[in-house]
Design a protein around this ligand. Structure first.
Ligand SMILES: *Cc1c(COP(=O)(O)O)cnc(C)c1O
Length: 448
């Protein structure tokens, strides 16, 4: 049962076929170049694309725009304390700002950071300090048909082996990302968070939790982990973070805002150091690159994030999209994670070789067929990485209804019908930094 109703709506239109073909050509077969007006169901990302509540919109008006000591900051502090159990908070413009503040204060050249799987921006911030990001996912994390309740877990044994190899003194930070975004949004168990914290302790390292989807993760823990079913979601959400020395948070995910983020830190000295870095990169530590109203909306969103009916519907909506796609014969990663469904384009379009970007071809055809926008996370987005050609369909929070998801599944079914006709793509224009090519490169179909 939905626990909210609509008060404001945004009109969307399905452009006609000719319009879609034109738009795709003009975009150079890259959906990042599309105008959002030309998109009907936008599943590009769940980051900052959700719908705020009436309470959040009301909170915007309460925003205190004082440069220092804003009362909106005090309300954020109180929300972070109540919901996440941290007293020291540094607001930042978004999640990567929090990563800069935390990792910039903790890392030095030559250090090694262990993480269940580094999210792209986390990896970049570790690298930016001259440190090395090492992933410790459990077996099956990237396997489309793996079964398991907590495939997002940190492989603690592997972490220990790496520590033996490189030396504990080189590992000042151990991180766990909940849910594990880069492993198809799979959840991490409470027991695993505890064990990872113990590993950090053994290594005398700081333990950081990337908490972007802490509420969705808590929902999975309640549903799946033995002994957790009777606990309040909010308790589980807090316990997950109670083992951490610091957390980094993107408000654009579970805090239900369109922009914002923060770091929260337990240690007084680290907090002082991080604040100095925040002043340099984000702004005075009571506003951190945000307007007071943005902070205010984030404080309200954080409390709404752990409302059990909301989170249950949110995660179930993603699962529903997965089921509809499976019924349409589309190969997806199962079990579905918390924020997105991953389609195996390499399998669906198995006549297109990896170097001709089957994932990007699928993204294009989902747009051409039904103005649905997803994103390729395979050979196009990660050149040279040995990973499957997946396409991610991320579901924005509180935004689409079942009818939209049915449209996505019908679109995918129509694409599947015509799959033999599709040819691969080649890049005809790309930016100098290969790692960023999927945001702006232009492609063309190749017949061969
Ligand atoms: C989105 C995200 C970030 C970065 O947050 P931004 O707000 O996009 O800067 C970091 N970690 C994870 C797991 C994320 O999903």
């Amino acid at each position: 049962m939905r626990s909210y109703k609509a008060k404001a709506v945004t009109p969307i239109r399905l452009p006609d076929r000719e319009g879609r073909i034109e738009a795709l050509d003009a975009a150079g077969h890259n959906v990042f170049n599309l105008d959002s007006d030309a998109v009907y169901v936008d599943l590009l990302t769940d980051s900052g694309t959700g719908t705020m509540s009436d309470e959040q919109w009301a909170a915007l008006m309460r925003g205190d725009e004082a440069y220092a000591g804003s009362s909106s900051f005090a309300r954020l502090q109180s929300a972070v304390s109540d919901v996440m159990g941290f007293e020291h908070v540094i607001p930042t413009h978004q999640g990567r700002g929090a990563e800069n503040v935390v990792y910039g204060s903790l890392l030095e050249e030559g250090d090694v950071v262990l993480n269940n799987t580094h999210f792209d921006t986390t990896r970049a911030h570790v690298a930016n300090q001259g440190a090395e990001a090492v992933d410790c996912p459990v077996e099956g994390a990237w396997d489309r048909e793996a079964t398991g309740e907590f495939l997002g877990n940190f492989d603690v044994a592997q972490g220990r082996e790496i520590a033996d190899e490189v030396g504990a003194e080189r590992i000042p930070v151990v991180v766990t990302t909940i849910t594990n975004n880069s492993a198809a949004g799979q959840p991490v168990s409470l027991a695993n968070i505890r064990e990872t914290a113990e590993l950090a302790d053994e290594l005398d390292a700081w333990f950081v939790v990337d908490a972007c989807r802490f509420a969705e993760n808590a929902h999975f823990v309640k549903e799946r982990e033995p002994g957790q079913g009777d606990r309040a979601l909010a308790d589980i959400a807090r316990e997950q973070l109670s083992y951490a020395d610091a957390i980094t948070m993107s408000g654009k995910k579970d805090a239900l805002v369109n922009i914002g983020g923060f770091a929260a830190i337990r240690d007084d000295d680290l907090f002082e150091r991080a604040k100095q870095r925040a002043i340099l990169y984000e702004g005075f530590p009571t506003y951190g690159g945000l307007a007071g109203r943005d902070i205010e909306a984030m404080a309200v969103g954080l409390r709404e994030a752990v409302d059990p009916p909301y989170v249950a519907e949110r995660v179930e909506q993603v699962a529903t999209l997965g089921e509809l796609l499976q019924e349409a014969g589309i190969p997806i990663v199962t079990p579905t994670g918390g924020h997105a469904v991953y389609v195996d384009a390499g399998e669906l379009l198995d006549h297109i070789p990896t170097e001709r970007f089957p994932g990007q071809r699928l993204v294009c055809e989902l747009y051409r067929e039904g103005a649905v926008r997803g994103v390729e996370l395979g050979s196009f987005a990660f050149p040279g990485a040995d990973r499957p050609d997946y396409v991610r369909l991320a579901v924005p929070r509180r935004t689409y209804w079942r009818e939209h998801l049915e449209h996505v599944a019908e679109t995918a079914a129509a694409v599947r019908e015509q799959r033999e006709e599709y040819v691969g793509l080649e890049i005809v224009e790309e930016p100098p930094m290969k790692e960023l090519r999927h945001f702006s490169a232009r492609l063309e179909p190749v017949e061969e």
